[in-house]
Design a protein around this ligand. Structure first.
Ligand code: DHB
Ligand code: FE
Length: 284
């Protein structure tokens, strides 16, 4: 039996969500509606805990800097420490990797002509830990190994939606050629519309976000053609994080001719800090 991708999870990764959890503020009026939207997701995840998660996220100049900017990187380490982003590491468990599956994905995806940077040591920031917190709550240890896939959406040029969608398909083929009966989920994180800087700081575009969710579910190949300038114009400078969702979506089996995925959960909420929060769970 080989490994397979059973589901994809999509969620924003706003750092203030992590702070709200860590500081016990989830029931405060500002945060309660946001966390309520993830209650069902936590129950789903507890029932559908995979053997490993391929977690697509972006590093926010934490592990990488202007000195080194990989477009696509895969974390092959046995574990990843929680990054200190300026106010101490979040009080969450360290992330356990899956070196064997990660090495296989690197081998397979690179042979499919995607140039992944192999990262054997890396601290992981809110882009990776906040989605884990939203889906798993506050456990003493994360419930399964995580393979980080870091995507550059911070420094131009960023990868196109088309390339992200194709990378997801390559990752699916990699997982399905791994010779062990593993249940794997793939998560796409970041977004939705937000801009943290400049005259348009605070921009939210709910119309764009809902259309993006609709298309991500029903017509991802067409969505993958959206040019990066459109994300920036419509969803704000940091809205470009949404291209990462196309990696997770590209790994779903309908893209390879299977039946459409089942929408297990869909949620949208504004505001969380300066960001529109979107969330989807799709099952193969
Ligand atoms: C915010 C959102 C992000 O995606 C991020 O990486 C940093 C900050 C925010 O809304 O504050
Ligand atoms: Fe971000």
């Amino acid at each position: 039996m080989s490994a397979r991708i059973s589901a994809s999870v999509f969620t924003s990764h706003v750092p203030a969500i992590g702070a709200a959890l860590d500081l016990g503020k989830t029931t405060e009026p500002y945060w309660q509606p946001l966390f309520a939207g993830y209650e069902q997701s936590k129950a789903w995840f507890a029932d559908h805990t995979p053997d490993a998660i391929v977690l697509v996220y972006n590093d926010h100049a934490t592990a990488f800097s202007l000195e080194m900017i990989p477009t696509f990187a895969i974390g092959t380490a046995a574990s990843f420490d929680v990054a200190d982003e300026g106010w101490g590491p979040r009080p969450v468990p360290r992330v356990i990797g899956h070196p064997a599956l990660a090495a296989h994905i690197a081998q397979s995806v690179i042979q499919q002509d995607f140039d992944l940077t192999i990262v054997n040591q890396m601290d992981v920031d809110h882009g990776l830990t906040v989605p884990l917190s939203l889906m798993c709550g506050q456990p003493d240890a994360w419930p399964c190994p995580v393979i980080p896939i870091a995507v550059n959406v911070v420094h131009y040029p960023v990868p196109s939606g088309r390339r992200c969608f194709n990378l997801g398909q390559a990752i699916r083929r990699a997982v399905e050629s791994y010779d062990d009966d593993l249940n794997v989920q793939i998560w796409g994180t970041g977004g939705m519309s937000h801009q943290l800087q400049g005259p348009r700081a605070g921009l939210i575009n709910s119309g764009f976000d809902h259309a993006f969710l609709d298309e991500l579910i029903a017509s991802p190949a067409e969505l993958a053609d959206k040019p990066h300038v459109e994300y920036i114009r419509e969803a704000g400078s940091e809205g470009i994080e949404l291209v990462m969702w196309l990696i997770a979506r590209g790994a779903m089996s309908d893209v390879a001719g299977g039946p459409p995925p089942t929408v297990r959960h869909r949620f949208y909420h504004v505001p969380a800090s300066n960001t529109a929060v979107g969330h989807l769970i799709l099952e193969n």
